[in-house]
Design a protein. Structure first.
Length: 150
């Protein structure tokens, strides 16, 4: 008997071959990233991880304005090699669109960089701005603000 035939006769492989794609690991069984992002409500009043966005509530179409994202604005987050904010990402989605635009990704060196960033952006339509941050010990956290464009 060849090695391949011997392997195909084992109970484990027979069971494995009986699996349909829906029973195997797939995108449907794995869930989605949104399920593991921790919302601001988890730290209500003592935000240490929430990437708080400061942006004007209303802007003019096409005119640059400043957006600041800061982790630890309310309660300072640790900034050590062992426990720190690794990065912040900033996204926007225009009202009525289903496509998210990545406005920027910002990496922070522990103990050297404060997890705070300010960038100029321009919007053409009413939009929601999202910030996502990653703490090396406590995972992904998000925040969002709406900006009206006239
Ligand atoms: Fe943390």
């Amino acid at each position: 008997m060849k090695r391949r035939d011997a392997l195909m006769n084992t109970a484990g492989l027979a069971a494995l071959s009986a699996l349909t794609p829906s029973k195997a690991f797939s995108a449907e069984t794995a869930g989605n990233l949104g399920e593991v992002i921790i919302p601001p409500s988890q730290e209500m009043g003592k935000e240490k991880h929430v990437p708080i966005i400061d942006a004007p509530a209303a802007v003019k179409a096409g005119e640059p304005f400043q957006v600041t994202v800061q982790v630890g604005k309310v309660v300072k987050h640790p900034n050590t090699i062992e426990h720190h904010i690794r990065w912040i990402q900033l996204y926007a989605i225009e009202e009525g669109s289903k496509y998210v635009v990545n406005l920027g990704t910002f990496d922070f060196a522990p103990t050297f960089a404060d997890p705070k960033v300010t960038i100029p952006i321009m919007l053409q339509k009413n939009s929601t701005i999202y910030a996502l941050e990653h703490c090396n010990l406590h995972g992904l956290w998000d925040y969002a603000v709406k900006v009206t464009v006239s």
